[in-house]
Ligand binder design. Structure first.
Ligand SMILES: *Cc1c(COP(=O)(O)O)cnc(C)c1O
Length: 442
């Protein structure tokens, strides 16, 4: 059993320290340059919202490995489940000889995801793989090929998901040609679309779909209910329900990509729950298994079961250790009511930075939901994105041992994705550092 790590930020060297720098020098000689890191502190241990680096610095993690370790680092219940499963067996390939944990995760997802219709689930390794498979299912079930994705969307880095992702640099640049039959539509982005209502923004999308694609050719509308990498863009109320209703009326599969928003992050099990939207297919990953690679597509039984036997799968998809971790993580979320914790965290962050927005002209908007809150930064008095400021703020925080992430199509958004188990005290410490960084750099 690992020793308990005190839930306190503590710096004993600069960040990164000398030991991390030694490893970084080895990395430069060994790891491909295309794989980059935000902060070059090499991590040795973690617990809750604290990561301990190779120099003994206790870093406060407000990014959770991009919304993955929602139950905290090395949660004892999850670690125990992983260890127990690792001692039993690590792999058979579910397509060769199955095991109960896979079935139990499918049951849990069928129960927890929005809607009480009959559902089926298939498991994969990554968010991108889940999105690819959701598109495969939608195309096969509808006999149509076109897929709609949105401005600012992020769906992954494989060939099809690069096509679905909006942002060129760094995700797509010179990696083409990309998969065909992907159509991009305008996202509801209240800060930057003149504050159009959800209904107006959806009507525009629907009219463009009818003009450019034709409903009869459209297999799926794929959307993040709150966009993640794109800048935590929350569409105006009514946008998602209007698109979902139109999809249903036109035989189009509505796919919610909840890879980042899922598993209590936004204060509900899934972000679609907040507007009563019931997607036909939902993709999940990130928060599902506390860091073990696991992803899923869950959806209407008639869509999922349209696929012929053997049409879905993969060597590792639904690996037994990953599924054991998922069952334990879901148990923690349920037992500790982490959805309520996420709402509480969201209130604290929004109150703090909402007040600061009144003072600092560089803050254009504080937005998000639950423990998924971002600050969009601009040149004061304009909507001109200030990516340099976001970068400086993230760097200032890292130097103080607080890990935050930037995002946004324009790179000008600072986002917070703390572990849902973070204490109010530790969160306040992190927000103090972020506030000071904003004041110092604005
Ligand atoms: C991260 C992310 C993906 C891709 O997940 P990977 O596991 O990195 O492949 C897809 N969709 C959304 C919304 C994401 O945030």
């Amino acid at each position: 059993m690992a020793e308990q790590i005190e839930q306190k930020r503590l710096l004993v060297t600069e960040v990164p320290g000398p030991r991390s720098k030694e490893i970084a020098a080895r990395r430069d000689e060994a790891v491909a340059a295309g794989v980059s890191s935000g902060v070059h502190a090499y991590i040795e241990r973690g617990s809750g919202a604290i990561l301990v680096d190779a120099d003994g610095n206790h870093l406060l993690d407000l990014g959770s490995g991009i919304a993955v370790t929602s139950v905290g680092h090395a949660h004892p219940a999850v670690a125990a489940a992983i260890a127990a499963q690792a001692l039993d067996f690590n792999h058979t390939c579910f397509m060769v000889t199955p095991y109960e944990e896979y079935v139990a995760v499918a049951e849990a997802l069928n129960e927890l995801t929005p809607g009480d219709h009959a559902k089926r689930t298939a498991l994969f390794n990554s968010g991108a793989e889940a999105v690819e498979n959701a598109v495969k299912v939608a195309r096969l079930a509808t006999g149509r090929t076109a897929v709609v994705a949105f401005d600012h969307a992020y769906h992954g880095r494989t060939n099809l998901t690069m096509a679905l992702t909006a942002k060129n640099m760094p995700y797509k640049d010179r990696f083409g040609p990309f998969a065909p039959e992907v159509y991009r539509m305008p996202m509801s982005y209240p800060l930057r679309d003149g504050g159009r209502s959800g209904a107006e923004a959806a009507a525009d999308v629907i009219s463009q779909i009818e003009v450019q694609i034709g409903a009869e050719n459209l297999a799926a509308i794929l959307i993040e209910p709150i966009q993640g990498e794109g800048g935590f863009i929350v569409p105006a109320p009514g946008f998602l329900p209007a698109l979902s209703e139109w999809a249903t009326a036109n035989g189009v599969v509505f796919i919610a990509d909840e890879v980042q928003t899922g598993f209590c992050r936004t204060g509900s099990w899934f972000a679609c729950d907040d507007e009563g939207v019931v997607p036909d297919l939902i993709t999940t990953a990130k928060g599902i298994a506390a860091g073990m690679p696991l992803a899923a597509v869950t959806g209407r039984q008639e869509l999922m079961d349209a696929v012929h036997a053997g049409g879905l799968g993969g060597t590792y998809g639904g690996n037994p250790v990953a599924t054991a971790a998922a069952l334990a993580s879901i148990g923690v979320m349920r037992d500790e009511d982490l959805a309520a914790r996420a709402r509480h965290i969201g209130e604290i962050i929004t109150a703090r930075f909402g007040a600061l927005k009144a003072e600092l002209g560089s803050i254009a908007e504080v937005r998000g939901r639950g423990a998924m809150i971002a600050i969009e930064l601009v040149k004061p008095g304009t909507l001109e994105p200030d990516a340099a400021l976001a970068k400086a703020v993230v760097a200032s925080c890292a130097a103080e041992g607080v890990l935050t992430l930037s995002c946004g199509s324009y790179g000008n958004v600072v986002r917070l994705l703390p572990a849902l188990v973070i204490s109010d005290e530790l969160l306040a410490d992190g927000l103090d550092v972020l506030e000071a960084a904003l004041r110092a750099n604005c």
